[in-house]
Design a protein around this ligand. Structure first.
Ligand code: SAM
Ligand code: SF4
Length: 379
């Protein structure tokens, strides 16, 4: 559902901009300096989807036949994106940016967008989440344009399992993309993996060993009910506890002593199961770090710092939000930056306390899966 907030009559309020779209319901909130919500959280981490399109069809995200894509003119232009990020950074306290999708690499102007963002914000960390297809040809240009870091999704080291999960035979292309990103200096590379029961769950230790050997940081993301096919079940998903158990067959995991600081991933230092020579407990330097993002079973909503903008310019205060606030009509009107910022603040003020997914295993009667798939939100 899109909430037509219009220019709100806020307490302490934003000015109504000349030429702005008509006002809708109002949001009664205090005057704010950033993207605060009713529960004391302040969003500083902006997730911006550049497109809803994708060249893979991961079963936990997209249906085999794809989704009806947004019309070209519905998607924010490069200029609108740069303006929106500017509003976020200069007026609303955004401190880091992640570009995502859909698949952001399918956007022909991706390198230009990153270059423009970098020129406007020399110190802003700009990250990209990508499936890696086509990255081999673009990694160097992305690095030169000013991309700070990259997350690449890879769920398995087996080409046939990859093809089963993504419904595309592009395993080799993703590997080439990862190598190119590393060679371009976009490391330390982070690899995102989703485990699906009976498909790639037992591949997890092998994938971790592969990442550790190369200095990549692997992060397992619990499968969330954001697949367009609505095939997710609480019993079917692989939980974070199971991931720890599966990895524990080959590695010893110890909590990373560094502060988590609101990060979605719980990080663990990884060591061999036993000491190298004597078979005793391993106390040597860790082989590396693994992260587990337990959005379903160990949610971190209380520390959430995220604000999400979809490819067509709608604010989603939460991945699981049913309400969206449309900034695009304002970006395409005479409304000034102040009015756009105020509407964005309204949307974030209404951020729900928690996503409401089951984390007890007892049932999730009040949780309703959002209409949008992960690809259409921007993961
Ligand atoms: N296409 C890019 C990619 O796959 O990396 C960027 C967008 S994708 C939506 C971002 C991340 O969301 C990926 O790492 C993907 O594995 C993850 N993802 C997609 N659907 C998911 C789901 N239902 N549950 C958990 N993670 C999911
Ligand atoms: Fe595409 Fe990423 Fe969704 Fe896979 S997870 S279908 S690569 S958007």
């Amino acid at each position: 559902m899109t909430v037509q907030l219009g220019i709100p009559a806020v307490r302490g309020g934003a000015a109504r901009a000349a030429g702005a779209p008509a006002a809708g319901p109002t949001v009664d909130r205090p005057q704010l300096s950033g993207l605060a919500d009713r529960y004391g959280r302040v969003a500083t981490d902006m997730r911006l989807s550049l497109t809803d399109k994708c060249n893979l069809r991961c079963s936990y995200c997209m249906p085999a036949e794809g989704l009806p894509w947004l019309a070209k003119d519905a998607v924010l232009t490069a200029e609108e994106i740069v303006r929106l990020v500017g509003i976020g950074v200069d007026r609303l306290g955004v401190r880091e940016l992640r570009l995502t999708g859909g698949e952001p690499l399918v956007r022909a102007d991706l390198v230009e967008i990153i270059a423009a963002l970098r020129a406007a914000h020399p110190d802003l960390p700009i990250a990209l989440t990508t499936n890696g297809v086509g990255l081999d040809a673009k990694a160097a240009a992305l690095a030169a344009a000013g991309l700070t870091r990259i997350n690449i999704s890879l769920d398995t080291l087996h080409p046939e399992t990859f093809a089963q999960l993504t419904r595309r035979p592009f395993f080799d292309r993703v590997l080439a993309g990862i190598e190119a990103a590393d060679a371009a200096g976009l490391g330390p590379i982070k690899i995102n993996a989703v485990l699906m029961r009976g498909i790639n769950d037992t591949d997890a230790p092998e994938l971790l060993a592969w990442c550790l050997e190369r200095g990549y940081e692997l992060r397992f993301i619990e499968q969330m009910p954001l697949d367009a096919d609505h095939g997710w079940t609480r019993d079917g998903m692989i939980t974070a506890a199971e991931v720890r158990g599966i990895l524990g067959r080959r590695f010893s995991l110890a909590p990373d002593p560094r502060a988590r600081d609101g990060a979605p991933a719980e990080r663990f230092e990884v060591r061999p199961l036993a000491g190298p020579a004597d078979g005793g407990p391993a106390d040597e330097v860790p082989l590396g770090i693994v992260g587990i993002i337990a959005s379903v079973t160990e949610p971190f909503c209380a520390d959430c710092k995220r604000t999400r903008i979809t490819a067509e310019g709608k604010v989603m205060s939460c991945l699981f939000s049913h309400d969206e606030v449309d900034l695009r009509p304002f970006l395409r009107s005479d409304a000034g930056d102040e009015a756009v910022a105020s509407l964005w603040q309204d949307a974030m003020w209404l951020k729900p306390k928690a996503h409401g997914m089951d984390h007890t295993g007892l049932g999730a009667q009040d949780f309703v899966q959002p209409d949008r798939s992960m690809s259409a939100i921007g993961g």
